[in-house]
Design a protein around this ligand. Sequence first.
Ligand code: 9WN
Length: 463
Amino acid sequence: MQISPQNLVKKAQEVLVKNERAGFIMPDQGYYQGVWLWDTGFIAIGEAYLDPEKSAKRLLNFISKAQWKNGFIPHILFFNQETKGYFPGPKYWQTQVSKNRPQAQTSGITQPPNLAFCALMIYEKLKEKSEKTAKEFLTKIYPLLLKYHRYLICERDPQNCGLVSIFHPWESGMDNSPRWQEVLSRIHITREQIEEIKFLRRDIKNLTKQGEANGNSCREALNSAISMRPTDEDYARFYYLVKFLASRNYDDEKIYSEIPFNVKDVLFNCLFYSSNEALIFIAQEINKKNSEIENYLRRQKEAIKKLYDKKTSLYYDLDYKTNKLIKRKTIASFMPLFAGIPKKVQAKRMAEVAVGPEFKGRSSSFLIPSTSRFDSAYHPRSYWLGPIWMPTDWLILRGFERMGLTFIAYEIKKSLLELILQKGFYEYYDSETKEGLGRKDFSWTASLVLDLISESDFWRSFR
Ligand code: 9WN
């Protein structure tokens, strides 16, 4: 599929319209039957260029419906009780066991907290039309975001160390990343559990048939199918953790000390850092002062700095159980750039790693695969084990830009746009052949293209 540059905006807009349902924009049409947290943030950025009022309304609507009473925002807001073809749907989360659950059907875990800096982008675009509407938006969204950030600080960092924990690989947004292999290997899975998962995931196989019936080529349909997604063994562990959370009634205090998966994820923490920066900015814009978030931001900065490994010139997650860095090189290792945390000399070293044999490799393009080509789990076509994903490469390029390394930021941007023009808006792309994989006409890919082609200086200037 080739898109002409003149048609790019129109085509991206068509994807967002196609994936609209009940006032929200879903990740795709057909498989992901709900609204995902960090997808919603990235989608809001692109939509802000097209229609900032609509984008603002959708973001507010998502948070208002999905947010739990304790401020927690779940990673999925579902449309229906049943999700045919998608596992796990609402009933598996058993959120009714929590006193905090909202009326809507949701999952019981969160996702990388990008909403505050995405809200700020909408504000910038609203301001171009009406200062009053823009301020009204901030006044409405600020208390909701503040409640969420307070939840993360209090419940996910009870020791106030400056790093919040995630309790599930899905909370990282990079589900089957090799970063989680060792921690997950501590969860022992039986044959019966694998059989149960095979049964629970049986519907996904129907997607292939459904895809063919809808006129997709067999190849495309197969790409959406089970083989490139996390395995049944991965899912057995993912589901074990879902049941673990429900068995503790989603009581964070208990979960924090008992769950086998408690990780200080570098990507999650860097996006939280940037969202805290944005929240402070938002507060100032509406004449509020927030010393609580300002204090936490300082603590965060010091804590994230300690995730740096001098030998490999990259940042890593911290395993809470062992208190050791998880030294698997992935795109998450570059996220401190987005938060503006590395020293200039460190950022330069990180740029060398990004364009070196482990990431860019021999390819003429500057795209960064999700996992280092030298990692034993690297696979160019398997989900977060190697393919190229738009949102994470977007975060890295905005990070290099923030650090003043504009040459590499420009090259990544150019490569991403070339990829989309040649292949279309896929969920992810083969890191060797650049073939589009997963679901096609994917919302966050289309949305972030709208940001890439804009001349906006926002990502360099707001912080
Ligand atoms: C589980 C929706 C989401 C993204 C995640 C991506 C994938 C879900 C899944 O899809 O995760 O949350 O079922 O695979 O890993 O980053 O938000 O696009």
